[in-house]
Write a new protein. Sequence first.
Length: 406
Amino acid sequence: MSIVIVGAGQAGLQIAESLRRGAYEGRLVLIGDESFPPYQRPPLSKKYLADQMADERLYFRPLEQLEKQQIEFRPQTRVTALDREAREVVLASGERLPYEGLALTTGTRVRPLPVPGADHPAVCYLRGLDDARRLRERLPAAARVLVVGGGFIGLEVAATARAAGKQVTVVEALDRLMARAVAPVVSDHFASLHRARGVEFRFGVGLASITAQADGSFTASLADGSSIQADLLVAGIGVLPNQELAVAAGLECRSGIVVDEYARTSDPRIVAAGDCTWHINRRFAAAHRLESVQNAVDQGKIAAASLLGHSVPYQDLPWFWSDQYDVKLQMVGLSQDHDAALVRGEPASGAFSVFYFKTGALVGVDSINRPAEHMLARKLMQTGAVVPPEAAADPAFDLKTCLPPA
């Protein structure tokens, strides 16, 4: 028996190691299209970009450890097709790898800038290690940095660039930062944080075009008729799921590869996990797609269990984080559909939380520089504790009393 994993990121490695821990002894092939061993992505926009982290520290495991676990790692290998009838993975080289079980952990790719001039050599993206290397090489010589997109990646890059002494401007098409993920009070706090360090913002306007200048810089024209001169542009306008292989193979896909609560695709021999999946989590009424380390790890474990013949439903609690300067934003739950957002603590102090409710039930918590409160919020949500909204908004109320008896 053999199992093939297409995609050597966090989810792919998690499936491989979970299979070995689950006593799977057959052939196990982990295919990656990059030249590196599986590595961490979160540091790419922070410590790695700031040249404070070597490549080797990014790697989850040295190659020797993969070999010790008898994980056959195939870097720089491109999969061109999935032959479901023959149960084979087709490689660009023409080689065909047979499988009894197949896992798709193909991740996402950056959404390209849809404007004239986007092929200018000063335009960078940040998704993988090659992107981060290129950006890190170009950053020292760039006096003026333009960031397009006021989401997590854009703001983390802006913070790193500003800490390096660069002039930084952030262009965001919406009217506030991280608008799809956080309440206005959190957006405002981070806007003030960046402004206090010298970052300029342009809200409610999109990028229209990029025009090269003779000295290697460029002019970024905005939709409102204004323009910005810069030496380096970093685009962070979202990602697209890598589902083309699955679509071509006839697997059900939506905004991602569709899987059930057991990480199984529409083909029972094929599972999928991580950023590329449109998945079901029993904690939530609707299916969705998440881009997070937590989802890649936890869903990877579910996918491995399914490959081993065990039906373990996915019901893990989502959590996320972002580091910008010396400020840590920690998030738990999914708060997009909330109908009430209550602040606990004083934003002016630099440390506070926002508790999100929907029809009186706690659905998410964002904590800024409050790690202990973040961990408590995870316990509250994990246990299904009843948290009265008025208690969440009262800093004097001990939220631990809401936890069910041990």
